[in-house]
Structures are given as C-alpha cells and as structure tokens.
Design a protein around this ligand. Structure first.
Ligand code: ZN
Length: 243
C-alpha cells in the first residue's frame, strides 16, 4: 500500500497537480494525507480544497487554514502572510470554509499520527530539532508522526541524540523499521529548503518505508496567478528560489 503524504499546499494548485501526477505515475497510490495549510499564500485556495476533497484525503488543519476562516487572528502573522490570509478569507467559498472548520487538528492512521505543527501543539509548534521531537514523544501513541509547518522535509528516527539536519536523500526509499519516528514531507506549494521543486512523501505502512520525492512544476504559471490575484509580489518571487 502506498500513501501520498503532502503538506503546505498553500493554494498552489499547479504544484499540487504536478505532485499527484508524479506520485501516481511512480506508484499506485491508494490514499492521500494532507498535513495542513492547504490554503494561504497562493492564488487557488478553493481549487486546492476541492482537489483534496475529490481525492478523499485524510486532512488536518494548519495555522493558515484557521486564519482563512477567522479562527486565528492574522495579527499573529507577518505582513505578507496576513495580507494573503485576508485575501483568502474573502475568496473562499462558504462550503470550503465549512470544510476547513470541520477538519481535525490531529488524526491517526496506520500507526502514524498526523498533525500540522506537532502532536503537543498542532497549530503552532515548529518541529525542527531533535529536542522538540523527543519532547513530543509522550504526546502521541503511535509509532510514527507526520508533521508539516516548517516546509523542511526530514526524517528523524528514535533514539536520536542530536538533530541531524535534513536526514534524507531525494528519491530514495528509507526504512523506518521498528523505530518511533517523525517525518515532514516538505511543502508542495512553497518549498523553503532552497529547492523550488514541489516536495512530497510516499509512505508504505506495510513495508515500513518512506520515499522522499521532488517534482518540477510550472512555477511561472503559479507566479502569474499570484500576480493576477494582486497578492504580494514576494509570494510569487519566493517560489522561484524555493525559500
Ligand atoms: Zn505552511
């Protein structure tokens, strides 16, 4: 069984379609998980929500999702994120707002816990150090934990005494074996690890493997949609550099 695990789509439908096409041409995908921030920053929030709904994805909510429906005060965001959140809340259809409001903060499936930030603080914590990972071990019951939020792909297998930065190689199958582990599939719609390609993971819970993958997509088209929407220019510019 192969599960397509994505996060931080950020209203980038062009990147999302490229990921789905790339994943399904590589392996038969039987389910999709989305680790939050389906909307925010990009120009196609309605289209992205509709796409993950069509896929019947298991989805948790992220901070940008909550900002778009008024559950988080945008003054907690930086200027550009706040501007995008306000734009998103205006353009989101009622039905899609209701859908976001219905999303859980944490979900579990196949001995893996899904959360946007972390199990102990699903909306806000950036799980980017081994110390933070260890501190989270008591906050979930499953062997594995899949998070997003930082837009930085990683795999961390316990026990681990020091943070190894991004512990993976692209397009290589990694064995998670009997460890407790954390992983982040990286971001579909706004990568921040200096690689502009859309990032995702293929998870096989039977074989206990994770495959970190990247795919090119039409960045220029995503940029032009952001510009046409009147969103801040920096949100278009950063897609090209992946930061
Ligand atoms: Zn995000």
């Amino acid at each position: 069984m192969t599960i397509l695990v994505v996060s931080d789509i950020h209203a980038n439908r062009i990147a999302l379609e490229a990921v789905i096409a790339n994943a399904t041409s590589h392996s038969p995908v039987s389910a999709m998980w989305v680790l939050g921030d389906t909307v925010g920053y990009g120009a196609q929030p309605n289209e992205c929500i509709e796409r993950v709904r069509v896929e019947g994805a298991l989805v948790v909510a992220g901070n940008h999702d909550h900002a778009a429906i008024g559950k988080i005060d945008v003054t907690t965001f930086n200027k550009y994120a706040a501007e995008a959140a306000i734009w998103t809340s205006k353009i989101l259809q009622e039905e899609n707002k209701k859908y976001i409001a219905s999303l859980p903060l944490v979900a579990t499936k196949y001995d893996c816990t899904l959360a946007h930030g972390s199990p102990r603080d699903p909306i806000w914590e950036y799980l980017i150090t081994a110390e933070a990972a260890v501190a989270n071990l008591d906050h979930f019951e499953t062997a594995g934990c899949a998070v997003g939020h930082s837009h930085i792909p990683f795999l961390l297998r316990m026990p681990q005494s020091a943070m190894a930065p991004v512990v993976y190689e692209t397009d290589v199958v990694l064995d998670i074996g009997k460890h407790r582990y954390f992983f982040n599939p990286g971001s579909v719609g706004q990568p921040r690890d200096n690689d502009p390609r859309a990032s995702y993971v293929l998870f096989d819970p039977d074989a206990c493997t994770l495959e970190f993958r990247r795919t090119n997509y039409n960045v220029q088209l995503a940029q032009s949609l952001i510009e046409e929407a009147g969103l801040p220019q920096i949100l278009a510019d950063r897609l090209k550099v992946g930061h």
